[in-house]
Structures are given as C-alpha cells and as structure tokens.
Design a protein around this ligand. Structure first.
Ligand code: GDP
Ligand code: MG
Length: 596
C-alpha cells in the first residue's frame, strides 16, 4: 500500500469511557466485521479466545475507508491501559501518528486519560479530541468540551461528539482521522526495519509478533534478524489482522501487521526490538529499546509444599507469554520452597497470581511486595536489594529508593483528604491545577514503596471512589530506611522482615508482633514475639504458656465455634513449621501475611 494512503492511530481513554464500544462501531462501519457476526466488545472477545488458544490477538486491526474517492487503510493499534505496562504503551504509541483522545461526556477527563495524553504528546502524535456517550441523559458535552479545550488548547467546537452505542458521529471521526492524522513516512528503498510493539504466545502458532514497518519491506518466506540478539528466523507467515489474521505477501513502509516465525517464547521476540532482513540488514536499530525491568518483587509460595514443581512449571509457561516476568527459587523457614518473582507493578502481580491460581489450580501465599533498593555499605560496596533478606548488616552509608510522579484527579471538595494521604506517604507536592471549577489535578512525587501497597484503596475510600490515579517511575532518592525483623523466641521469621522508613518501623513492628501473638497457638512455654531494628528491640508481645484446654478460650461461646476451633487445631497439626523451638501452624503465617 502507498504510505500516503495509510493512517495509523490508537484510542486513548480512561477505563469504561467506551474504547471497546467505539472500536466495534469502527469495525462495523468500515465493513471488516459483518453485521451478523457483530457482538459487543468484538476485539475483547477475540482476546479471550486467544487465551484459550483459538485465534490470535488483534493488537492492530486494518480497516479500509473510502474518502473523497480514494481508498485509505487504517491501522487501529491497541494500547495497554495500565501504568504497569508503560513501556509497552510507549512502543504502541510509536507505531502511530495520531491518537483519538476519548472522554466520557458524563465523566470528563480522568487520570488515565491524562497520563496517556501526555505520553501521546511526548510521542508527537496528532490528538483528535472526542467526547463519547453523548446519547446519555447525564452527558454534559459542552462542559467537558471546555475542559478538554482548556487542557490541549484549541476550540471547544473542535471536540467531536460521538456515541459508540448509537454510532452517531463515528463516520465523521473516521473522515477526520484521514484528514488530520499524517501519513507515515519512511524510506521504501532502505534495508528493512520494523519495530516490535507487541508479542504474544499462541498455543497453536507459537509466538505472534506485531510490528510496524518503518523502512523498506518485509516479505513472505524471508529470513529475518532480531537486532538486539542477532538471532535469525525464517518468516513462516506475515500478514494483517482484519481483525481475523490474513496472510499477505509482505508489509511495506508504514504498514502494521504480524509475523510468525515459529519461535516458542516471547523473549525471543521482544517488545521494542527492531526486525531487519538477514540478507540486507539495516545498520541501526530503531531507537529506544529497553529490556523489561521488574519494579516490584514478591515471594510466591505454594500453601501445599508438594505443589512446588507445579508452580515452577506454571511460571515457566506464563513466561512464554510475558517477557517481563522473572523468577528464581527462594526458600523460607516459615513458608518453605517457593519463588522470588519480579513484576512490573502491583497489577501485574495480581494478574499473575490470579492466573496461577485459576489456570493451574494452585493455592498460593505471597509475601509483602518489595521494591528495589540500592544500599551502599561502609566498605563502598553497592547492594541491589529486592528482598529484605538481602539487606546488608551494619550501618549503610546510603540507601536509595525508587520514586514516581503521581497524578490524582478529584472533585475539588476532596483535595484536603488527598493531600493528607499523600503527605502521610512521604509525598512531595509538585503542583495543582483546576481542570474546571469542580475538578482538580494534583501532582505529587512519592516513593514507589508507599504507593504499591494500599495507596489506591486508601485514595478511593477517602474520596468516595471519585479519585483517579496514574503514576510513572521517574528515578530514585536517598531515604532513611531500616530493616525491621520479627523474632519468635529470639529467632527471625524471614517471611515477615520488611524494609520501611525509619518513622514507620515502630508501627510495622507493633502491628506484626500483635498479629502473630494472636495467631500463634500457645506452646508449652512462654514465647516472646519481638520486632527489632538491628539489635534494638522496638516492640514486644508475649504468647503465654499453654493451658490444658484450648476451648477455655471461647468460654461461653457457642458450640459451632468450638467445633471450628478444634478442627482448625487438627488441621494446624498437620502442617507445623518449626521456627527455632516454636511450632507454628503454617496457617498462622498465611493469616498474618494476608490480613491487613
Ligand atoms: P472501555 O473500558 O473504554 O473499553 O469501555 P467499553 O467500551 O467496554 O464501555 C464501557 C461501558 O460503557 C459499557 O457498558 C458500554 O456499553 C458503555 N458505553 C460505551 N459507549 C457508550 C455510548 O456511546 N453510550 C452509552 N450510553 N454507553 C456506552
Ligand atoms: Mg475495553
């Protein structure tokens, strides 16, 4: 296809603002999906099917469009919506020249809209502002058109008004994409260069790689080379998604499509890498390739120790489709054999854990997530700490922790509570802007460690659910951090050690000591539960020595509760862990790690 007839764009939107529904209307209007095949959230459904291994993900859909007598080709490129995947987002944006900024006409701009908008602007994309859901009675298009115009400049009248539900305004949007989004440019005669913006594992076809051709041409059956590793593969299939995969003879300048090479592991076909031709290779990669870098680490342990091999196999399988997942074996006195797993962020952790539990039928316990600290010791050595157990003994000369730039959007009446929360999490305010009279954008720098745990939940509960949050890693800062150990009868319980700010060490110590005291059954002897920073004890509780009858604890309580307690005790006996001289049912550790 002649590059002057190609338009590459993405849709950026906050969750639920109607991206999938608008995509449905576009598929229908351009005729690539027949009315009788149309189902709501068509592309989302394809993703679900892909997970079952039936078809391949439609990361980039090609759609024809007639405009003023000429036949254009759109490539609509999907972008992951969450900050955990910001590197993938930035690669997807690189594959586009334009972005539809889609905003719910009853909600206005939200944090995710804003974060993606800023990214799109950094990538020099032409922004087409669109208000969606104008069919809703609660829609206030005039008000939010003002808000958008205020944000990106321009006239409120230039903000297009559409309904993904009824289809109103969608044809006009497609016409505007042709007129306003620039055609891709590249050197058709140069050696081939294509940028990988997504790579997915398919049960039947192996790895399917999505690329945007920048220069030259990739042809069917050619030998290709991955420029980051110099590995060569033969191109078994090349094509475009319409949205079903459609094999073609090749892809030229500006075209977006997929490659299949028969590799079985997405790490051989990395997002951000450049594909070239083996026989006439390009001299230089397309800029900006980064290895995926985990930000958050957590220990994952099977509750049933015999499932350790199943967990290993499951993690290896997930890694085929997730280049950002890293893991290594870890042993814990309290939790047994498991893995230290690196994630891009908390959502990535949750998704992974859910998939392990749902798809591999594993029951897992995870330790508190840990960010990466850089600790310099007195001998001048620099330690990278992803696990409290790696925290060096002795007094460090410097500890650095990762920080993020966070954006919160809230109705004006909640500004106070949000500022309080950010301050209590060691945040530094960077700025505050009114998007309109009622809505405020707050910008903070915060330590990553302070937002990966329950920050978003706290934010939601303090703002009755109205706040939206987005954040992005920006570097690191020196911080006064300490390692808090929890000791049972003088022995460290490894799974409970934590790295915290010095000011929070005491409250963490008190909380964990109390929790363990309540969860660990009495022993034949008195057991002290202590929290310590180095050799200094900062909190102490005591589990008193056993009395004859465990049921005395629920004196006067009802009988079913007593029975439950007895059953629990029986179960607990089955899986006791010994820490030093203390017998602890594994359930106690699990409960202590999961409650908050
Ligand atoms: P996404 O998360 O941005 O992909 O949003 P979806 O396309 O899944 O839409 C979220 C919800 O909004 C769904 O319940 C849709 O049916 C609804 N929705 C999307 N577009 C419109 C619209 O134009 N009008 C109305 N009334 N509802 C819409
Ligand atoms: Mg969607």
């Amino acid at each position: 296809t002649d590059p002057s007839l190609i338009r590459n764009f993405c849709i950026i939107a906050h969750i639920d603002h109607g991206k999938s529904t608008l995509a449905d209307r576009m598929l229908q209007l351009t005729g690539v999906v027949q009315p009788r095949e149309m189902k709501d959230q068509y592309l989302d459904r394809m993703d679900i099917e892909r997970e079952r291994g039936i078809t391949i993900k439609s990361q980039a859909v090609r759609m024809p469009w007639e405009f003023e007598g000429e036949s254009f080709a759109f490539h609509m490129i999907d972008t992951p919506g969450h900050v955990d995947f910001s590197y993938e987002v930035s690669r997807s944006l690189d594959a586009c020249e334009g972005a539809v900024l889609l905003v719910d006409a009853a909600q206005g701009i939200e944090a995710q809209t804003l974060a993606n908008l800023y990214l799109a602007m950094e990538h020099d994309l032409v922004i087409i502002p669109v208000l969606n859901k104008i069919d809703l009675p609660a829609a206030e298009p005039d008000k939010y058109a003002e808000e958008i115009a205020h944000l990106i400049g321009g006239d409120p009248d230039d903000v297009l008004r559409v309904s993904g539900k009824t289809g109103a305004g969608v044809e006009e949007l497609l016409d505007r994409l042709v007129v306003e989004v620039p055609a891709p440019t590249g050197d058709a005669d140069a050696p081939a260069r294509a940028m990988i913006f997504d790579s997915v594992y398919d049960t039947y076809r192996g790895v399917v790689t999505f690329v945007r051709v920048v220069d030259g041409h990739l042809s069917r059956r050619e030998q290709i080379r991955m420029m980051s590793t110099d590995a060569t593969h033969s191109l078994l299939e090349i094509g475009v998604s319409q949205p079903e995969p459609q094999a073609t003879e090749g892809l030229g300048v500006g075209e977006v499509g997929y490659l299949i090479t028969g590799v079985k592991d997405v790490r051989q076909s990395k997002v951000g890498d450049t594909v070239t031709a083996r026989d006439r290779p390009a001299a230089e990669r397309i800029g900006g390739y980064q290895e995926p870098r985990p930000m958050v680490f957590s220990g994952l342990f099977p509750i049933d120790g015999s499932e350790f091999p199943v967990l290993r196999e499951a993690l290896e399988k997930l890694q085929l489709n997730d280049a950002a997942l890293s893991f290594e074996p870890e042993t814990s006195a309290a939790l047994g054999f498991g893995f230290r797993v690196g994630f891009l962020g908390l959502l990535h952790l949750e998704i992974t854990r859910q998939r392990l539990e749902a798809e591999y039928d594993l029951d897992l316990i995870s330790t508190a997530p840990n960010v990466i600290y850089h600790v310099t010791t007195e001998d001048g050595e620099l330690h990278e700490v992803t696990n409290p157990s790696e925290f060096p003994d002795g007094k460090p000369t410097e500890i650095r922790e990762p920080i993020v730039d966070a954006t919160v959007i809230v109705p004006a009446e909640y500004v106070g509570p949000v500022m309080e929360l950010c301050q209590s999490r060691r945040g530094t305010m960077q700025g505050m802007d009114y998007l309109s009279e009622e809505r405020v954008e707050l910008r903070y720098t915060l330590p990553l460690a302070e937002i990966v745990f329950d920050f978003f939940d706290q934010l939601k509960s303090r703002t009755k659910g109205y706040a939206s949050l987005n954040w992005q890693g920006t570097g690191d800062q020196a911080a006064d951090l300490v390692k808090v150990d929890i000791l049972l009868q003088g022995d460290k319980v490894d799974a409970f050690s934590a790295i915290t700010h010095r000011d929070h060490a005491y409250s963490y110590g008190v909380k964990m000591a109390k929790r363990l005291k309540d969860l660990i059954p009495r022993q034949q002897f008195e057991v002290p539960v202590q929290a310590a920073v180095g050799s200094r004890i900062i909190a102490r509780e005591t589990i008193r020595a056993i009395r004859k009858d465990v049921l005395s604890k629920c004196y006067g309580g009802d009988i079913s509760r007593k029975r439950k307690l007895l059953e629990k005790q029986k179960e607990g006996k089955k899986r006791m862990k010994t820490v030093g001289t203390v017998d602890v049912p594994q359930e106690a550790f699990i409960a202590a790690l999961s409650s908050d």
